[in-house]
Design a protein around this ligand. Structure first.
Ligand code: ZN
Length: 454
């Protein structure tokens, strides 16, 4: 078994039984801390007739109700006079953060310096598991705003002793890569692809720069697009999944799922259609619970928080990297899932179809998809727009066949509707810059459902 390196060796390689005992101890402390320090949880336990002292082990969390993003918004101004999730005195709050607010008023988050240290610990473990050392210099393209991502990485870098270049976005001058010779970049898959295209246009050669790792985060992606990105940059691409709510999971060099830092955040998987938690190996929404070390303090805690991101617990066995913490499948956003003929499809399913190797001689990888009502009753149209490197020379027949067959490959229900003529899949080809998403502000939406009645 390879031994590390690890950021916190003792905890990252702890035997399962010891790890479970530690988790249970933290569950008891955290639940009591929530009841003692937050008016929301005090009322929540009362209303649900739960005695916090009866929550003894992590399995007991499964009997508690779920908390959603909506719950937080309903217990903060302007709905209530106070921030009811706040779980410490204002004087202990080091920073106030907010989620992006794509679905209503942004949720307020309160972090003490101890919270920041725990957030940074999670990222530091993730970076070290990806081979980062104090010799690395990393360009952070995530934005230094109200969400915690970029700042957390920066504190994590300090703890590892590595250098940081806080660009905040991916549209930086290529001079940064040539002059300072950073060894890694954190950004989204598409921003990293665009950056490379720009470097090539500017005539920057591989030997002019020193990048040997990429960290992709901020959105889910298909394995196919990761593979393409890794080939193009000629270096490994590691996934991280983080949020202001406190999930920070990362892939190690084994690239076989994201490690959940189980001593700091507890994760269960819940299927809203079954209204129940599901066993390992089954797909559902990631539900997280903050875990505090005994004696720890926190500005805001989440118990059984529904992230609305779907995942699968892949394994609780020791990983090839020697870490014992469980691994999960790359989470997907449920907001990016649409239902057609009672079959679910996620944006990532389209991405996987677009990034088939044979297509990439013709395409940039940029895409967007729309779902429309058809002319006939019970007809649905899926229109996928792809961007060609050169519209004139693009082999449209090849790309269309490849995209359609890969998209339908793992969707027997949709394949049936497609052959019955109820599902029509149309491919639309554009020049670089021709997609609708370039004209919209904010995070690009690549799957848009435009049906009247869904
Ligand atoms: Zn591992």
């Amino acid at each position: 078994m390879p031994a590390g390196p690890y950021f916190s060796p003792k905890i990252e390689t702890m035997e399962r039984s010891d790890l479970d005992a530690l988790i249970d101890e933290r569950v008891r402390y955290t639940v009591q801390y929530a009841a003692d320090h937050s008016s929301f949880y005090r009322h929540w336990f009362e209303k649900n007739r739960i005695n916090p002292k009866e929550i003894r082990i992590h399995e007991d969390l499964l009997s508690l109700p779920l908390i959603a993003g909506k719950t937080i918004r309903e217990h903060q101004p302007p709905v209530t006079p106070e921030f009811e999730f706040l779980s410490t005195d204002w004087s202990n709050v080091f920073s106030i953060q907010e989620t992006s607010g794509t679905s209503g008023t942004p949720k307020g988050f309160f972090l003490t310096w101890d919270d920041w240290k725990r957030y940074a610990e999670k990222y530091a473990r993730s970076f070290v598991s990806q081979g980062f050392t104090r010799k690395d210099r990393i360009v952070v393209c995530a934005s230094y705003g109200m969400n915690v991502g970029a700042n957390t990485m920066t504190i994590a870098a300090q703890r590892i002793g590595m250098g940081i270049i806080p660009m905040g976005k991916c549209s930086f001058d290529s001079r940064i890569l040539k002059s300072y010779r950073p060894t890694a970049i954190v950004g989204s898959v598409f921003k990293l692809l665009r950056l490379l295209r720009r470097l090539r246009t500017e005539g920057v050669k591989p030997e002019d720069i020193a990048i040997d790792k990429l960290v992709a985060g901020g959105e889910s992606f298909a394995e196919e697009s990761r593979k393409y990105l890794a080939e193009q940059w000629d270096c490994p691409v590691f996934n991280t999944y983080g949020s202001t709510e406190g999930t920070m999971c990362g892939e190690c060099t084994q690239l076989n799922g994201l490690h959940v830092p189980e001593d700091i955040v507890h994760l269960d998987v819940y299927d809203p259609r079954l209204e129940s938690f599901v066993p390992d190996g089954e797909c559902g929404r990631a539900v997280l619970t903050t875990l505090l070390p005994v004696g720890g303090r926190s500005g805001m805690l989440l118990l059984n928080y529904d992230t609305e991101d779907t995942t699968v617990v892949l394994s609780r066995e020791t990983c090839g990297c020697g870490r014992t913490h469980m691994r999960i499948y790359n989470p997907q956003r449920e907001a990016e899932t649409a239902w057609i003929f009672s079959n679910s499809m996620n944006r990532v399913d389209i991405e996987a179809a677009v990034f088939q190797p044979e297509n990439m001689a013709h395409l940039t990888g940029e895409y967007e998809a729309f779902i429309y009502d058809g002319e006939a009753e019970n007809e649905v149209i899926l229109r996928i727009s792809v961007e060609c490197l050169d519209l004139e020379r693009c082999d449209r027949r090849l790309v269309e066949d490849s995209v359609v067959s890969r998209f339908l490959k793992n969707k027997p229900g949709l394949t049936h509707e497609y052959h019955e003529g109820n599902l029509k899949i149309l491919l639309n080809f554009t020049d670089p810059g021709g997609l609708e998403l370039y004209r919209l502000k904010g995070r690009p939406k690549r799957l848009i459902d435009r049906r009247e009645m869904v």
